[in-house]
Write a protein that binds this ligand. Structure first.
Ligand SMILES: [Ca+2]
Ligand SMILES: [Ca+2]
Ligand SMILES: [Ca+2]
Length: 275
């Protein structure tokens, strides 16, 4: 009995993963106008927090936060010096040529969008740590009281004041769309942190590793009475393959390369579970 229920649990887990992929495929199509512009990096796991982080490029603060929320997280909340140090070690990179900042500046969740001067985290977590540059946040005004024609209501990390040799946070114009941000997802596992949002090479890699491994175990756990479950799984796989085919080559759909990889994985899984 135990084996059988474990088998059906694993089948269910596998189907949830597949459903995640299908949702992800739909997500590629549904993301309003941003799918092609939204560049996301690899997930990076932080062993100290147990959370997963990834960089998203070419976004305003609000776009980055919306993306983060869509995958179950927020723009990063920096809770302490250790998290700040890990972020610097993991995400520091040179800026693009022509950018006056030597390092790429990165949106974090800290903002005073609701009440000027009252800084909060978009995650709602309490403020336990800050790492502002000297004389920041300044809301876009110099010490002499000369202000830029916009306000500054969202914070970025990796701002550098070369003359002071200091790298820290700065408040900046939240509407600048040529910026990057760091997303933090409190996923208990890499699978929970991913297989949502947008299909990327990371998803494909995880599919190959985790889903296949899981299904090999399913096959071992299955007994002949559980044939029905196999049939259900096979049906899901066929419908998944159908979705892949339908989205291939479409504008904002899957590339041929992505489709081939997904198809290969699904066919492998079908073989493993004996469709
Ligand atoms: Ca955090
Ligand atoms: Ca402000
Ligand atoms: Ca500022």
């Amino acid at each position: 009995m135990r084996t059988a229920s474990r088998g059906s649990r694993l089948i269910r887990a596998a189907l949830v993963l597949l459903a995640g992929v299908v949702i992800a495929l739909v997500g590629v199509v549904a993301w309003p106008g941003a799918a092609s512009a939204l560049d996301v990096g690899q997930w990076q796991g932080n062993p100290a927090t147990g959370h997963y982080y990834r960089q998203v490029d070419n976004v305003t603060w609000a776009q980055a936060e919306a993306y983060a929320v869509s995958i179950g997280g927020h723009l990063v909340t920096i809770n302490d010096q250790a998290e700040q140090d890990w972020l610097e070690a993991t995400f520091t990179q040179p800026s693009s040529p022509g950018d006056p900042q030597p390092l790429r500046t990165l949106w974090i969740g800290f903002n005073d969008r609701a009440v000027e001067g009252t800084w909060v985290w978009s995650s709602g977590e309490p403020v336990t740590y800050t790492h502002w540059q000297p004389y920041e946040p300044n809301n876009g005004c110099t010490l002499d009281g000369i202000c830029l024609p916009w306000t500054e209501n969202a914070a970025q990390m990796n701002w550098t004041k070369i003359e002071q040799g200091w790298v820290g946070w700065n408040d900046f114009d939240e509407n600048r769309s040529d910026q990057s941000g760091i997303v933090e997802v409190p996923g208990a596992s890499e699978q929970a942190a991913d297989l949502t949002g947008i299909v990327d090479s990371y998803d494909l890699g995880k599919l190959g590793k985790s889903l296949n491994d899981e299904l090999v175990r399913v096959q071992r756990a299955l007994n002949p009475n559980k044939k029905q479950h196999t049939e259900q799984a096979c049906k899901k796989l066929d419908s998944f393959l159908h979705d892949v085919q339908a989205q291939t080559g479409k504008k904002k759909g899957l590339t041929m390369e992505q489709a081939t990889e997904l198809t290969t994985r699904a066919e492998q899984i079908k073989t493993v579970i004996g469709c």
